[in-house]
Write a protein that binds this ligand. Structure first.
Ligand code: AR6
Length: 207
């Protein structure tokens, strides 16, 4: 790992490397941010109070990228549960920036939070929409007493969000609201996004 920061005022390390290439940043005495590489469909902490976040689209019935992988791993029951989510207008179950929660079915995690990030080049205020997607994901998870939640890099695939700008939004929201959870994870599929996230967390979570 690029940077290891030592010694907060209490002498404790504020950043540590896990065994599996994960990096942990304390958010409060009882809460931390964990950044790791990996496949979010395999992630779970305890299988009962954990949730993965699905970077979905407004129809909320599956798609490509992480959404496709999550639906494939969860099984058909997930798309059935998504159909049961009421439309707010024709074809829209989850407007951009909002979030909905379903069970995880065959996934190791107990729940799936479906959220819709902005399409970077067609959204008039992508930073506000992306922050809203993160905040609303945390809110619906908290309502179900989720203690552990894992995010992918929302909007950083098909939706074209630049990694560094997305990391600023993602880490800022976790800094603000993440201490409602025991652990907030980012499970990142690619090394370049992982490096951007770790550097941004080092910048924004300094003492
Ligand atoms: N685990 C973790 N991250 C993943 C995985 C995985 N299994 N698979 C892909 N990623 P994207 P978006 C990363 O395109 O940009 C879908 O079709 C990927 O490398 O999944 O929000 C939806 O239905 C990238 O860094 O989501 C929507 O239509 C990040 O997850 C649209 O794409 C997000 O990429 C949403 O686009």
């Amino acid at each position: 790992i690029l940077c290891r920061r030592m010694a907060g005022s209490n002498g404790a390390s504020t950043l540590s490397n896990g065994d599996n290439g994960s990096v942990r940043f304390p958010l409060s005495p009882s809460s931390s941010l964990v950044i790791q590489k990996g496949d979010i469909t395999e992630w779970s902490v305890d299988g009962s109070t954990d949730a993965i976040v699905n970077p979905a689209n407004e129809r909320m019935l599956g798609g490509g990228g992480a959404d496709g992988a999550i639906h494939a791993a969860a099984g058909r029951e997930l798309v059935q549960a998504c159909y049961a989510v009421p439309e707010v207008r024709p074809g829209v179950r989850c407007p951009t920036g909002e979030a909905r929660i379903t069970p995880g079915f065959r996934l190791p995690a107990s729940h799936v939070v479906h959220t819709v990030g902005p399409i970077y080049y067609s959204n008039s205020n992508p930073a506000a929409s992306l922050a809203s997607a993160y905040r609303n994901s945390l809110r619906v998870a908290k309502e179900k007493n989720i203690q552990y939640i894992a995010f992918p890099a929302i909007s950083c695939g098909v939706y074209g969000y630049p990694y560094d700008e997305a990391a600023t939004v993602a880490i800022s929201v976790i800094k603000e609201l993440g201490n409602d959870f025991k652990e907030v994870h980012f499970v990142l599929f690619s090394s370049d996004i992982y490096d951007v996230w770790v550097n941004k967390a080092n910048d924004l979570l300094k003492d």
